[in-house]
Design a protein around this ligand. Structure first.
Ligand code: CA
Length: 89
């Protein structure tokens, strides 16, 4: 498998793994997003991001207004974060 295909599969796996922790398995609650951030992108939280900022981020991401993050919204977040990381290199 190509590296990008592997990365895509990996993102899907991570999303599914955390999304099934509570509530519906198709979306991430705020708590699930926080756990995912803490475990999978700790450098993001180390930059001084607290729960309030995570809440704000989810609110901004939540295009359909259901207070949870679906896969499309999650991918927008990952895309933005990846661009941020790229600029930091
Ligand atoms: Ca969930």
């Amino acid at each position: 498998m190509g590296r990008i295909s592997q990365s895509m599969m990996s993102l899907i796996e991570v999303f599914n793994e955390y999304a099934k922790a509570e509530g519906t398995v198709k979306t991430l609650t705020k708590k699930e997003v926080k756990t995912l951030f803490e475990e999978e992108i700790p450098s993001y939280l180390m930059g001084g991001k607290n729960q309030e900022e995570v809440d704000k981020l989810i609110q901004d991401l939540d295009e359909d207004g259901d207070s949870e993050v679906n896969f499309s919204e999650f991918m927008i977040l990952i895309s933005k974060l990846t661009c941020t990381f790229y600029k930091m290199l």
